[in-house]
Structures are given as structure tokens and as C-alpha cells.
Design a protein around this ligand. Structure first.
Ligand code: ATP
Length: 357
């Protein structure tokens, strides 16, 4: 639906020119909850602003259903934005805020009222319609900002860290609420966040960005289970990185050999697999503790940290690497391990992922 084709953005302010987007290409599908995820300063907001029309790309194309967007000013694009600061009008009521965009478009009064009522219902704010927005909570303001942006029925809604001002509990609730709003309205959402958990729970697909580039695009499970490179594996979730010998690649699988001499079948990288020393990524919850004899990894238990739902085991491997392993707790389970124990790490076949260089 939206095609971003080789977009580069170079800011030329007072200082040295700065490349905020470097040859970014991505296609966003209709009705999709698409997330731009990455650390602060990686260019997420800049890409959103290019789509909205607040910034012109230095190079490259942005099209919506094949039509050029770059030539259109922001207000002529079928796109609306929800900002981090909700930017509501404090002297107006909730209903007036929601109807504001429609009034500006000179829509008939009856139509404005009908849409405002629908939007109030959609964000569950009907009871608060006549309150001033200065007299409602942060979470409620967030809903009004969403309703106001959805009211003109844009084809695409851009959301720039819209939940970051909310406290933890409200944020969790709003994550579910946002996902519901997206599927009920069928509007394409492009969502910006630096919070990996937020991205994993809400998105249909995620683009992971770093230093102005998209490093990987995929569904949440894809990205989490099969990160392509170290940056992605490190940014999303916790990961153990081990240097191993890549002995053979057969299709999607690969054989690696650990320093212990044991071999294991794992996932090959999508491209660029060469034999020799490579980095293998293993998620803490994908491995389990076992006896040292015959295990692919062996070491000494350095620390045991209880987290309620699970326990983290910190191990120093014989080869000197650190390895963290996570096991789910059962009710009334007794701790069978002690610090200083010699332990083995069991890694199920195909769980490890060889990373691209
Ligand atoms: P955050 O999560 O902190 O908002 P971001 O990924 O959204 O980060 P951007 O706001 O897109 O990052 O900024 C990307 C880079 O471009 C940053 O290094 C920023 O300093 C720089 N930048 C943004 N706007 C301008 C500008 N108008 N002039 C010069 N540099 C800019």
C-alpha cells in the first residue's frame, strides 16, 4: 500500500550534514499494524515525518497505491499523525476536540456529530464527551487524541511513541486497546517505538532500524526467533552470543561445533554463510540445565536469580564465555542447584541461530 523506495534523508543545518535515513526501502501493506523499532536517534521519527510530509526526502520515492506522495503537502495526504504529546486543545471539550478536524473540512453538522459519537464509542469515552480535556487523565487524553486522528478516516495513521507518557499499567492496557482499534477500523497503522516488548505484542510486522538503516523486517516471531544479525538479536530480548565453528550448511540448517568438541544442528543465516568461525545466538529460555556429561556446553553455575515466573542461571562456560539460561518456575518447586555446581547446558536441535556477519 505504501511503498518507500530507496529513501535517503540528509539534514543540512548549521553543523555538518547528517544522514538520518540511508537508502531505506520498505513496503507497508493495507490493514497492517506496522512498527518501526530501534534505538534513540536511529531515524524512526524522520521516516514517519517523510511519510506524513513534514520532511521531504533528499532522495527516493514515497508512493501510496502507486501515487506519488512526495509532491503532496501534508494536509492533502490521506494520512494522519498521533504525536507523543497529544496536542489537544485544553479549552475545548472531548467531543469538540474529536470533531475539530471534520469542522475544519466544513463537513455537514449532522455528519460531524455522527462521526464524533462513533469515535467516542470506539475509544470508550462517551461518558466524558462534555468534559474539558484539561479535566481528564493522561490515558483518557491519549484516547481522545486517537479518536481525533481517526475521525477523518485516514487511510493511514502514523503514531509516534503515543504511549510513552503513560504509566506501566495504563500502557499495557492501551497496547491492547490500540491493537483493537486498528483491527476494528481496518486503518493501516505505522507505529514508532523504541520499546521492543511493545513492538512484539502489537505488530503484524516490525522493521528494526539502526543508524538510519532498516536491518531486518519480519513478523514478531520471525524477528525474535530468527534475528539475522547481532544488532537485532541484541536489541530484541536477551541473547547469548557464542563463537563456534560453522562446519557445514545444508539449506536452512547448519552444523556447528562448540569448543567442547560437541556438534549441534542449528539454523543457518539467510545469506552469506561461510564456514569457519561464526557467532551463534541462543535465547536464554531456549536452553536448559542438565548434567555436564555429554552436554554441548559445560561450565560452572555462578549465580541463581529468582524472578517469580522464572529463574535465571548465570554460567561461566569452560571456554570462558558467560551464558545466561532461563527456566520457568513451577509452584512449590525446590531449588536443586547451588552456586559453584558443575553444570551442562542442553540446547535443543535447531534452536540456535547463526548470525549474518
Ligand atoms: P528518538 O527515539 O530519540 O525520537 P528517532 O529514531 O526517532 O529517535 P530521529 O528523530 O528520526 O530519531 O532522528 C534521527 C537522527 O537525525 C538523530 O541523530 C537526530 O539528531 C537527527 N535529526 C533529526 N532531525 C534533525 C534536523 N531537523 N536537523 C538535523 N538533524 C536532525
Amino acid at each position: 500500500m505504501i511503498e518507500i523506495d530507496r529513501v535517503t534523508k540528509i539534514f543540512t543545518g548549521r553543523g555538518a550534514p547528517f544522514k538520518a535515513l540511508d537508502d531505506v526501502s520498505v513496503t507497508i501493506r493495507e490493514n497492517e499494524f506496522f512498527t518501526l523499532l530501534g534505538p534513540s536517534g536511529c531515524g524512526k521519527t524522520t521516516l514517519l515525518r517523510v511519510i506524513a510530509g513534514f520532511e521531504a526526502p533528499t532522495k527516493g520515492q514515497v508512493t501510496l497505491e502507486g501515487k506519488d506522495l512526495v509532491a503532496l503537502p501534508p494536509h492533502k495526504r490521506p494520512v494522519n499523525t498521533v504525536f507523543q504529546s497529544y496536542a489537544l486543545f485544553p479549552h475545548m471539550t472531548v467531543a469538540q476536540n474529536i470533531g475539530f478536524g471534520l469542522e475544519m473540512q466544513d463537513r455537514p453538522k449532522a455528519e460531524v456529530k455522527k462521526t464524533v459519537d462513533e469515535m467516542l464509542d470506539l475509544v470508550r469515552m462517551t461518558e466524558m464527551a462534555d468534559r474539558k480535556t484539561s479535566e481528564i487523565s493522561g490515558g483518557q487524553q491519549q484516547r481522545v487524541a486517537l479518536a481525533r486522528a481517526l475521525a477523518p478516516r485516514p487511510r493511514v495513521l502514523l503514531l509516534d511513541e503515543p504511549l510513552s507518557a503513560l504509566d506501566f499499567k495504563l500502557r499495557k492496557d492501551m497496547q491492547i486497546e490500540l491493537k483493537r482499534l486498528q483491527s476494528e477500523t481496518g486503518i493501516t497503522f505505522i507505529f514508532v517505538t523504541h520499546d521492543q516488548e511493545e513492538a512484539l505484542t502489537m505488530s503484524d510486522r516490525i522493521a528494526v532500524m539502526n543508524a538510519g538503516e532498516i536491518r531486518q523486517i519480519g513478523g514478531p516471531r520471525d524477528i525474535y526467533d530468527h534475528p539475522a544479525e547481532r544488532f537485532v538479536a541484541d536489541f530484541i530480548g536477551d541473547t547469548n552470543f557464542l563463537t563456534v565453528d560453522l562446519e557445514a550448511v545444508e539449506g536452512e540448517g547448519a552444523t556447528v561445533r562448540f569448543a567442547s568438541g560437541e556438534a549441534l544442528q542449528v539454523r543457518a543465516p539467510e545469506s552469506g554463510a561461510t564456514t569457519g568461525k561464526v557467532t551463534l545466538a541462543i535465547r536464554p529460555e531456549h536452553a536448559s540445565l542438565t548434567a555436564p556429561e555429554g552436554a554441548v556446553l559445560r561450565g560452572v553455575l555462578e549465580n541463581i536469580v529468582y524472578f517469580g515466573t522464572d529463574t535465571h542461571y548465570h554460567i561461566t562456560l569452560d571456554a570462558g564465555d558467560r551464558f545466561v539460561l532461563r527456566e520457568q518456575n513451577q509452584p512449590d518447586q525446590t531449588q536443586a542447584r547451588s552456586i559453584g555446581d558443575a553444570v551442562g547446558v542442553h540446547v535443543p536441535v535447531s534452536v540456535g541461530q547463526v548470525l549474518r556477519d
